[in-house]
Design a protein around this ligand. Structure first.
Ligand code: AMP
Ligand code: MG
Length: 519
């Protein structure tokens, strides 16, 4: 572990806050505050990602070393670590919220990995920072486990994401009122070490712009371009618009991936959007079960449904608009920002069509196919069909004699299956005709579909079962889920139970269909 090399450019190259206390405050003229993690009583590693450890250059022995638990619980620092909390703001649910910042995330350092890459190591739940406001800086096991499992699962699905190195129990209790309804309870505390090349969010730029700190905003932009976008020329006069264009493109691709795999982020506030186009801040996220464009797992958003599945592409653009407004103050002519924002729609559309061509086993989605895709979504929604199961099953549709049989297990309700049998047959008939016209060899079609339609995703109720067991001290299911989700596109004999419809008990169970921001 002592072989880890750090190169903490964020704190070295950008100005920090001179106050080293954790007193809640507004921090101006700085991008970060120096802060130490608050030690915890009894750290125990309950899960880790061997892939992330290997990327960093950590061996299995390092992970077993008692010092690993100490370091990744925030009780000890390695040489070269220089912990900080970042200062950022954000638009929450459409409204400017002012300064937010890392209220419970503490970055330990930027490690230079064995893979030659930069990996910022960040503890989530490591105690108060100047940005904690009235909160405790801690995180509970249930939400930490959800972040740990899902970020690794997303990586294996091929969706850009922050990663997770470790999940450590603190040995301390944390009080949470899960549904903010006057029923607080003590829950086990935990800390995830998340890992990404950069944790900079749209909100880091927005806060400086909102405060009129133009020089610092310019510095942060140049820093980000230099450190995180090495493919861009940092001396180019139009570097800001080039960079913004790239951020738009990455965000468009990211959200197209979410729509491909049926992921709902749940809290797409601008403080939760990564400048690198990574999925970041796993809170009340969820996986689409029965197709429903209006579905969100986040009870805090149940009324407005701003961040529902079907609205994610549009919200991505809205968030980019907030970022563009922040950057406009640095430009004489902000017109290129507007053009880039418009191109977001084209890039998203192209990515969505490309991914859906693969999902349907077609070479491309042409003009005439758009209606076919729309009809499929409408049918899946009206007939309450499971998103993941249905797309996976389409590969088994016979192009000569199509029938609904391969999709049978994707229906949640027999009555709706019967009611929609005829329009489904009609759709399958048209789809089969389209496949025949495409004339892709059957193996190529199945391969394309198999690589775009996962069999296994972290279904909300699976995560909840793993949480229930972990809260009783049993981590077997966590390990098994990690195994299954490492190969989401491969059929894994004996693991059928991880690829089934949501059971009836989970329909209205907290944690399965309803989640809040309390974590
Ligand atoms: P989120 O909705 O999780 O993205 O959090 C929004 C803001 O609240 C961020 O600035 C977080 O750091 C902060 N926050 C959330 N939970 C806590 C907590 N338990 N302690 C301190 N700050 C928190
Ligand atoms: Mg956040």
């Amino acid at each position: 572990m002592h072989t880890l090399q750090f190169d903490n450019r964020f704190v070295r190259e950008l100005p920090g806050d001179p106050d080293i206390s954790v007193r809640p405050r507004q921090v101006t003229g700085a991008c970060w505050s120096r802060v130490r993690p608050t030690p915890v009583a009894a750290p125990t590693v309950v899960a880790h990602s061997p892939e992330v450890a290997a990327a960093l250059g950590l061996t299995a022995e390092d992970v077993r070393d008692p010092r690993f638990a100490e370091v990744f619980a925030g009780n000890a620092l390695l040489p070269g670590m220089d912990p900080w909390a970042a200062c950022y703001g954000g638009h929450q649910f459409g409204h400017w919220a002012g300064q937010l910042g890392d209220g419970r995330a503490i970055s330990l350092g930027e490690a230079l990995g064995a893979d030659g890459r930069r990996h910022e190591l960040q503890l989530k739940g490591a105690g108060p920072t100047p940005y904690s406001r009235m909160a405790d800086g801690r995180a509970v096991l249930r939400s930490s486990l959800r972040e740990f499992l899902c970020s690794e699962a997303m990586h294996h699905l091929g969706v850009p994401t922050t990663r997770a190195l470790s999940l450590v129990l603190t040995g301390e209790e944390v009080i949470r009122d899960m549904f903010y309804d006057g029923h607080p309870r003590a829950e086990p505390g935990a800390i995830v070490c998340r890992v990404a090349p950069s944790f900079i969010r749209f909100g880091n730029f927005e806060l400086l712009a909102a405060r009129g700190e133009r020089d610092l905003l310019a510095r942060l932009v140049d820093f980000t371009i230099c450190r995180d976008f090495p493919e861009l020329d940092p001396a180019a006069p139009d570097r800001i618009s080039q960079w913004f264009e790239e951020v738009c493109a990455r965000t468009a691709r990211l959200i197209a991936h979410w729509m491909r795999v049926g992921f709902v982020h749940g809290v797409m506030n601008t403080d939760n959007l990564s400048i690198l186009g990574l999925t970041i801040d796993y809170g009340p996220y969820g996986w689409l079960e029965a197709v429903d464009a209006d579905w969100t797992p986040n009870t805090t958003d149940a009324h407005g449904r701003r961040y529902a599945f079907g609205r994610q592409p549009e919200i991505g653009q809205w968030n980019l608009l907030c970022l563009a407004r922040a950057l406009a103050s640095l430009m004489e002519d902000p017109e290129p920002l507007r053009a880039a924002l418009e191109r977001y729609g084209d890039i998203y559309g192209n990515e969505y069509r490309r991914m859906h061509a693969a999902k349907l086993g077609l070479r491309e989605i042409g003009e005439a196919d758009v209606a076919l895709v729309q009809r499929l979504y409408r049918l899946m929604q009206e007939a309450e069909v499971d998103f993941t199961l249905a797309f996976r099953a389409l590969a088994d549709v016979d192009p000569v004699e199509p029938s609904l049989a391969p999709l049978a297990s994707a229906f949640y309700r027999d009555d709706l299956r019967a009611r929609y049998e005829a329009p489904w047959q009609a759709w399958l008939h048209d789809y089969a005709a389209r496949i025949r016209e495409e004339a892709l060899p059957e193996t190529a079609r199945r391969e394309s579909m198999g690589a775009a339609n996962p069999r296994y995703v972290l279904r909300n109720w699976l995560a909840q079962q793993a949480i229930d067991q972990a809260e009783q001290g049993d981590y077997a299911m966590v390990g098994e889920l990690m195994e299954v989700l490492r190969r989401p596109y491969q059929d894994q004999p004996g693991r059928e139970a991880f690829a089934t419809r949501r059971p009836e008990w989970a329909r209205h169970r907290a944690g399965c269909s309803m989640l809040s921001c309390s974590s």
